[in-house]
Design a protein around this ligand. Structure first.
Ligand SMILES: [Zn+2]
Length: 154
């Protein structure tokens, strides 16, 4: 998808005002899709960034001295900031940590990454607006599968 509508002058990375985490740019449409209406109303015409630090409540911030958006401002739980089983890893096809764990517990394997890869291939993936990080979840899904297998000693 094109980034033409995004401000181009902003630096590729910015530092989170709270955790100081180096953070990547995020498209406006991701915020517009995931923020609660009150938060959307507070959006400014600036480049926003996504903080992926687990311990940090900030999800989106701008490089400017403007209000940032925290976990409570989003309509979904953020994978990188919440270790719960009810949290989505893949937001397009509803793979939560719990669903992946359950599948591995009962079958010893997870089909999540193959299924997601196929759906991405079929262009049914809309991670750029459903996933708070604005990108495909496949890397996170593979990491979770690996972690669960390690926990279960598979
Ligand atoms: Zn942060």
């Amino acid at each position: 998808m094109s980034n033409r509508a995004e401000p181009n002058a902003a630096p590729a990375l910015a530092t989170c005002p709270v955790s100081k985490t180096n953070s990547r740019k995020i498209n406006r449409r991701t915020l517009e899709h995931l923020l609660k209406p009150d938060a959307i109303n507070k959006m400014q015409n600036v480049q926003y960034y996504y903080c992926d630090e687990l311990s940090c409540d900030v999800v989106y911030f701008s490089g400017q001295a403007l209000p940032y958006f925290t976990k409570d401002d989003l309509t979904v739980k953020v994978f990188h900031k919440d270790n719960g089983d009810d949290v989505n890893v893949c937001y397009c096809f509803d793979w939560t940590r719990g669903r992946i764990k359950e599948q591995i517990r009962s079958t010893g394997q997870s089909t999540a990454s193959q299924e997601i890869a196929q759906l991405v291939k079929d262009q049914k993936c809309i991670c750029d607006i459903t996933n708070p990080k604005g990108r495909c979840s496949l890397g996170d899904v593979n990491r979770v599968i690996k972690e669960v297998k390690q926990q279960l000693k598979l």
